[in-house]
Design a protein around this ligand. Structure first.
Ligand SMILES: [Zn+2]
Length: 59
């Protein structure tokens, strides 16, 4: 199974992920220790923005 690293948006294989973090009852997977520590420092920053993509369409 693949998960998206919320910090760098890279695909991470959950079976072999070495860096994980639980936040808000959900597991997040990271490609590198740097990504995990960035997330741990400020999880909301990576979750609220959902990357650089703008999902919100205003009609
Ligand atoms: Zn990463």
């Amino acid at each position: 199974m693949k998960a998206i690293d919320p910090v760098c948006q890279m695909e991470v294989d959950t079976a072999s992920a070495m860096w994980t973090s639980e936040y808000g009852g959900q597991m997040y997977y990271f490609c590198a220790p740097g990504c995990k520590s960035s997330f741990d420092k400020d999880p909301q920053k990576f979750l609220s923005g959902e990357g650089d993509h703008d999902h919100h369409e205003h009609h």
